[in-house]
Design a protein around this ligand. Structure first.
Ligand code: MG
Length: 425
């Protein structure tokens, strides 16, 4: 990324850990492939090893990825290809092969999910892991970090850098500082020692524009932002961004690693009836309620579903499921409910009624163009993440209304409860 922190890149795996080895409370790992697209090109064409390789264009006209040899010439991600050519005329310029990158991305993510199921994929080549649940099995976070790097190397022959910290924000910056091919632990107690000397652009979410604003106010480093008054930051950046940035500069980041919703094979709920229900009108209302809950969860997670299924259980515990593929993927309750009701209409309902009724959404994929953008865009640019966040926020907000409506429903389905919408701060 162009705003890489200028920090010694001594990796814990290769040399002394610059901030010590106390990894207690450091359960967040940020794993980021080094110069991903460019590294894949070198992997597939070994004769390019050691040469300045630049992936990008011609469609976007900007650099998507550059090897460290190319970066030595000043070539950076998101730079116009023309500028890169001027800086590095001897560079090997290649168009992207996104299908191939996705293939390797899948292998990387599979490795990460073998370590923990709490994986939040940020883009094609980076992810957060919460390793709390893996410590007993695999050892402390530092050991897991080294293990992840080794696993990725053996699965793909590529280098991944790992940042380990107590928060997502610090782990993300740490992986950048660990590059190339390194690991950096930022112990909880060393958080501000690590953050404060960094330039403001190192703060996650601070793009060129925000960095310019901060510098104009005389805030050059993260420490400057931490020492600034919240009132001044609010005046400079607004009432939402100002305090948020201040908190980040102090090392506070309440965001948890969000297990990828797309990894869930389905979203849904079911209702077990105290007394079996035979009335179709009543069952239709249950279907509607569950369709709303499921659709709200889809929207909150920024997903759409292409398959709707229902599950019914009879008093004798015979259970059947029926599924239907929709003409187009959706996150709207009315589409889900229509399909689910059609499925229910074809199910036999005897006088004994049903003991359980559930609606489930399958064939999940990202709803937003943002997800596509994140795959196509430069994996090192935070712009894709910001776009994704903005879209998520939009979907999250949209999901609040139906969720609020649903809170008024009678009773609650047993089994899976609908999860609260994901609304980024
Ligand atoms: Mg990367």
């Amino acid at each position: 990324m162009s705003r890489k922190p200028v920090r010694p890149t001594t990796g814990g795996s290769r040399g002394p850990a610059p901030f010590g080895t106390d990894d207690s409370g450091c359960f967040v790992l940020h794993v980021d492939m080094d110069a991903f697209f460019a590294s894949v090109e070198v992997l597939d064409r070994p004769e390019l090893a050691g040469r300045p390789v630049i992936v990008g264009g011609p469609d976007r006209g900007v650099v998507s990825a550059a090897t460290y040899e190319a970066r030595a010439f000043g070539v950076r991600s998101a730079m116009p290809i023309a500028t890169a050519r001027a800086l590095c005329p001897q560079g090997v310029f290649l168009p992207g092969r996104h299908e191939r990158y996705r293939e390797i991305s899948r292998a990387v993510m599979e490795v990460l999910r073998s370590v923990t199921d709490t994986v939040e994929q940020l883009s094609v080549d980076e992810a957060f892991l919460d390793v709390r649940g893996a410590v007993r099995r695999l050892g402390p976070p530092l050991t897991i970090g080294a293990h992840v790097r080794a696993l990725i190397r053996s699965a793909t022959s590529l280098a991944a850098s790992v940042g380990i910290a107590g928060t997502k924000h610090v782990a993300k910056i740490a992986s950048g500082a660990a590059k190339p091919d390194g690991l950096l632990l930022v112990p909880v107690a060393a958080t501000t020692d690590f953050l404060h000397p960094l330039p403001v652009g190192a703060l996650w979410g601070v793009g060129e524009k925000t960095a310019d604003v901060l510098r104009r106010h005389g805030w050059e480093t993260v420490g400057d932002v931490a020492r600034a008054s919240i009132a001044d930051l609010e005046r400079a950046l607004g009432r939402s961004a100002g305090p948020r940035l201040h908190a980040l500069a102090l090392g506070a980041d309440p965001r948890e690693v969000q297990r990828d919703r797309a990894q869930e094979k389905s979203i849904g709920g079911e209702r077990t009836f105290f007394d079996p229900v035979a009335d179709r009108g009543e069952l239709d209302r249950v279907v509607l309620e569950q369709s709303h809950a499921g659709a709200a969860r889809l929207r909150a997670a920024g997903l759409v579903a292409s398959v709707v299924s229902i599950k019914v259980r009879y008093p004798d515990f015979r259970t059947i499921t029926r599924r239907k593929t929709l003409p187009a993927a959706t996150n709207l309750a009315k589409d889900v409910a229509t399909a689910a009701r059609e499925l229910l209409a074809d199910v036999e309902i005897t006088r004994e009624g049903l003991r359980l009724l559930g609606v489930r959404l399958e064939g999940l994929e990202g709803a937003e163009q943002g997800l596509q953008l994140a795959l196509d865009a430069d994996p090192d640019a935070s712009r894709a993440e910001e776009t994704l966040d903005a879209v998520r926020e939009r979907f999250g907000r949209g999901a609040l209304a139906p969720a609020a409506l649903l809170d008024r429903r009678r009773g609650r389905s047993r089994g899976e409860e609908p999860r609260p919408p994901v609304v980024p701060e």
